[in-house]
Write a protein that binds this ligand. Structure first.
Ligand code: CDP
Length: 136
């Protein structure tokens, strides 16, 4: 089994918590849709290490990786996706591979889910993400 590990990167802004979303530039089927940034772990690679590597490559940020979100997504027979909470230790996110980046609160996130602006596989995390964005 191989894993895709996505990052639920949070920041505090003016007393509210925001989540980082990244807009895919490929493939055609999901180009323009927004996702939790991340990528495939190498065989045998620790998942937190994989997420740190992917976010450094894709966004030029160094993150601290926390606990996992509850849901896992089966993308294919041999590919499962999971997500971990993360916070930026160093750097400002830049869209190296993505079309764009944005920070969202719970209302934005839920609206984007309703209007089909999120990558479909990531929709499963919206309730947990929105709850944490509201609670923090
Ligand atoms: O660059 P590569 O396509 O190998 O990896 P990726 O873009 O990180 O994504 C691997 C797979 O996970 C693709 O099928 C993506 O669509 C999927 N993915 C996803 O559904 N949601 C994410 N937040 C990240 C990746």
């Amino acid at each position: 089994m191989r894993y895709v590990v996505a990052g639920a990167v949070l920041r505090e802004r003016g007393g509210t918590t925001e989540l980082l979303l990244a807009q895919r530039s490929y493939p055609e089927a999901v180009a323009g849709l927004w996702e939790l940034p991340g990528g495939k772990a190498e065989d045998g690679e620790d998942l937190a290490d994989a997420l740190r590597r992917e976010l450094l490559e894709e966004l030029e940020i160094t993150v601290e990786v926390g606990a996992g979100l509850a849901e896992r997504v089966v993308l294919r027979d041999d590919l499962t996706m999971l997500a971990r909470w993360a916070r930026i230790l160093r750097g400002t996110p830049h869209a190296v591979e993505h079309r764009g980046l944005r920070w969202v609160g719970p209302d934005d996130l839920e609206r984007m889910a309703r209007t089909g602006e999120l990558v479909p596989a990531d929709e499963v995390w919206v309730p947990e993400l929105a709850a944490v964005l509201r609670d923090d």
